[in-house]
Design a protein around this ligand. Structure first.
Ligand SMILES: Nc1nc2c(ncn2[C@@H]2O[C@H](COP(=O)(O)OP(=O)(O)OP(=O)(O)O)[C@@H](O)[C@H]2O)c(=O)[nH]1
Ligand SMILES: [Mg+2]
Length: 351
């Protein structure tokens, strides 16, 4: 996975925006122990308060966040859970599937948390809020916890926030953490890079997506769900995907990308999905891929976070910030045409 690429992409798309006038409404903070006790007792309101703290960029809150996590780790370093990424094109039924599958897991006596990754929320805040109301039955169930996406404005911030939100949910006893991707593009990679298993939902007859799979998504995917299987051509679509998937290199020994037909309307296929997820996790643990994957993910996010912090630190140098905005306006006006003309900026950064 090329960290650099995503980092640059994000920067290129203008996700870095620093607004010194943007002040968050600060609530009175309590002692770390208050949040720790609340989380361990499964209090969803206190869990939400704690997640807001870990998602924050404010220095005062980051000390508290650190203390909360440390105390939780001291309390019980052995949390055991499964992180599931759910990806797929807009409208394929991710939210409907998560609500139905979440209720299925609760029925089987598990606790379920749903978190959302939404790069667009960095610019258009709150677009996931609708989903919480859509997952009405799940959000009203005491064994479930649904959290809209982080409102942090940087990629490192989102990743830190969401990763820590996952950790807090784990300590609150949620054995299955489902991460839904919202919007298109980076969110699939992000969700997958925080999960132990990635599910891709496709619709019957979505032949074009088979081409798409060759273009990279398959590197992330572990299980393919033919969703809306109550619609025509589900069998044919599954058959076509099986053919394509059998040509891909497995991530680890004994791994194959399995498929399942699911209808969230008719409640079909959940048992199979549950079985496939558990089977995948068991095999990945046997081969040590599970642990290796989590370590690689931590490195991936650490590198992004460090690069972002370095970038922010460098921007604090006045002459660098000035040079960057000068270069941007030159590029905008068409006065700098070749990329090699940007190179002069290196000297200013290094000076
Ligand atoms: N036939 C059928 N339709 C479904 C099924 N599940 C969801 N839908 C419909 O598909 C549409 C999209 O569902 P959502 O759950 O909002 O899809 P999504 O992937 O979360 O959409 P975005 O969040 O906008 O990307 C809705 O009209 C659902 O009612 C299913 O199992 N069968
Ligand atoms: Mg949705």
């Amino acid at each position: 996975m090329k960290v650099e690429m995503y980092f640059c992409n994000i920067m290129g798309q203008g996700y870095y925006h620093f607004n010194p006038n943007l002040k968050q409404h600060t609530k009175l903070l309590k002692e770390a122990q208050y949040y720790v006790d609340g989380i361990l007792s499964g209090d969803r309101y206190i869990l939400s308060e704690a997640i807001t703290i870990v998602e924050s960029d404010e220095i005062s809150k980051s000390h508290l966040a650190h203390e909360i996590i440390k105390k939780l780790q001291e309390n019980d370093p052995l949390v055991n859970n499964i992180r599931i990424a759910v990806t797929g094109a807009p409208g394929v039924g991710k939210s409907t599937f998560i609500e139905a599958f979440g209720l299925y897991l609760i029925e089987a006596n598990h606790k379920v948390a749903v978190l959302a990754i939404d790069p667009s929320s960095m610019m258009l805040k709150g677009s996931i809020m609708g989903d919480k109301t859509r997952m009405e039955k799940l959000s009203n169930n005491p064994a479930a916890y649904i959290r809209p996406s982080s409102n942090n404005s940087t990629m490192g911030g989102v990743s830190m926030g969401t990763k820590d939100a996952i950790t807090l949910c784990e300590y609150a006893g949620y054995e299955y953490i489902i991460i839904e991707t919202v919007g298109v593009g980076q969110s699939e990679v992000w969700a997958s890079m925080m999960s132990d298993v990635t599910l891709l939902l496709i619709q019957p007859g979505a032949g074009d997506e088979i081409q798409g799979m060759k273009r990279g998504i398959v590197e992330l995917v572990d299980i393919v769900i033919i969703h809306k299987a109550d619609m025509p051509f589900a069998d044919e679509t599954e058959h076509a995907y099986k053919g394509v998937l059998s040509m891909f290199q497995p991530k680890f020994q004994n791994m194959t990308i399995k498929t399942a037909k699911v209808s969230s309307y008719d409640g079909i296929g959940f048992h199979k999905i549950f079985h496939l997820i558990n089977e995948y996790i068991a095999t990945s643990k046997q081969t040590d891929y599970f642990t290796l994957n989590r370590k690689n993910q931590a490195l991936f996010w650490f590198d992004i976070y460090v690069k972002e912090k370095i970038y922010q630190a460098i921007l604090k140098k006045e002459e660098v910030a000035k040079a960057i905005s000068l270069y941007r306006s030159l590029i905008e006006n068409g006065d700098i045409k070749a990329a090699s003309n940007w190179r002069n900026i290196e000297k200013i950064i290094e000076s």
